[in-house]
Design a protein around this ligand. Structure first.
Ligand SMILES: Nc1nc2c(ncn2[C@@H]2O[C@H](COP(=O)(O)OP(=O)(O)OP(=O)(O)O)[C@@H](O)[C@H]2O)c(=O)[nH]1
Ligand SMILES: [Mg+2]
Length: 343
């Protein structure tokens, strides 16, 4: 099951207490203070790993607690520092503190980490607290508590290009034709239930990542079909491809389908993020099934009128794939260059 949101409780360990002790040695009448410091409490650290693709593990385990530090001991022995607890999450996980409603981290790279609950500091033993005026302190300080907080984890996949379309438009077939990804493909709606990424190679050893998401339908924003919550996985993309079936067996009007898709993107934008502002192109799919070209011609002249870049492809015969990849790759390069100039 694909889960992209979770709530967890992270509680770091307390620091160990400092120790109050005095040296006792045979024939030494005034042994000084020798209480050791307490050890550090363990922190809870979240780390991004490519071995994970969903937050499902957090359905089964919600509480993460870390060990306290060891107490200091006599003979200036330092308490043991407790080992940090590492919680692994998929790359693209955003962590928020629920109570304070602030983002703590956005782990976008393999191995990126965030300390989400700091372990407490060890207390000081009386061995360290001796001063010139108080050479025999009896007091030691306690360790400090570890942080504890509820966290919201949200996975937003990282991809360059998002594929948007009605169910059966051929999104998964396209990602399968362009990359090594092996998504489930079938001629019934909502075959894809979880987003999937695929790496596409183009040009001179260049790459981009495509995201295939479940199909959206008219009214998805109101919960129809699988809803539009999956659109969060194309929020971070730079460019969208709106896939429309131009095969002769698709009964719905191609331009109406386009408008419905744009509308759902707009609805998603209202509450969250401006998805309908992203640059996009329209891709007519199933070119090999185009029949008398009526749907193709209708969609093409609409796109030409609206100045929308338009492509046609067949994932079955591979026709049209190379120009599409070249175009998308070039667009991405330009967009990335613009980002570099702006920053
Ligand atoms: N002839 C032909 N059939 C295609 C082509 N692309 C997809 N199909 C078929 O169309 C059906 C739906 O394809 P999918 O790739 O699963 O469509 P999808 O958009 O991922 O669908 P959902 O996951 O349900 O949203 C499958 O039976 C595919 O074999 C194509 O270019 N030519
Ligand atoms: Mg699919």
């Amino acid at each position: 099951m694909f889960i992209d949101q979770a709530k967890i409780f992270a509680k770091a360990g307390e620091g160990g207490n400092g120790c109050s002790s005095f040296r006792r040695e045979k024939y030494v009448p005034f042994g000084g203070p020798d209480g050791g410091d307490g050890g550090k409490g363990a922190s809870i650290i979240v780390e991004a790993s490519h071995h994970l693709t969903t937050l499902i593990d957090f359905r089964y385990r919600q509480h993460y607690t870390a060990k306290r530090g060891g107490h200091g001991e006599g003979n200036n022995r330092h308490g043991k520092n407790a080992s940090d607890v590492i919680v692994r999450v998929p790359i693209g996980t955003i962590i928020r503190d629920i109570e304070e409603d602030v983002q703590l981290a956005d782990l976008t790279e393999e191995g990126a980490t965030a300390v989400v609950a700091h372990g407490g500091k060890g207390g000081r033993g009386n061995g360290k607290l001796a001063t010139s005026t108080n050479q025999s302190p009896t007091r030691a300080t306690p360790g400090t508590p570890g942080e504890a907080r509820w966290l919201h984890l949200e996975l937003k996949l990282l991809a360059d290009i998002g594929l948007v379309g009605f169910p059966n438009a051929g999104k998964s077939s396209l990602i399968a034709a362009l990359s090594a990804a092996k998504p489930k493909i079938a001629d019934y709606p909502f075959t894809t239930l979880a987003p999937q990424l695929g790496m596409v190679s183009w040009g001179d050893e260049q790459h981009f990542v495509l995201a295939d998401i479940p199909g959206i339908i008219k009214g998805a924003h109101a919960g129809k079909g699988l809803g539009i919550q999956f659109l969060r996985h194309i929020e971070r993309t730079n460019f969208l491809l709106l896939l429309i079936d131009i095969g002769e067996f698709e009964p719905d009007d191609a331009v109406e389908m386009f408008n419905a898709l744009r509308n759902e993107l707009r609805f998603y934008a209202e509450g969250h993020f401006q998805l309908d502002r992203k640059p996009f192109a329209v891709v007519g799919t199933k070119l090999d099934l185009r029949g008398d070209d009526s749907r193709l011609n209708q969609l093409q002249s609409f796109c030409v009128n609206q100045r929308i870049p338009f492509f046609t492809v067949s994932s079955a015969t591979m026709e049209g794939l190379t120009p599409l990849i070249q175009y998308v790759g070039t667009q991405l390069t330009t967009l990335r260059e613009q980002c570099v100039t702006q920053s």
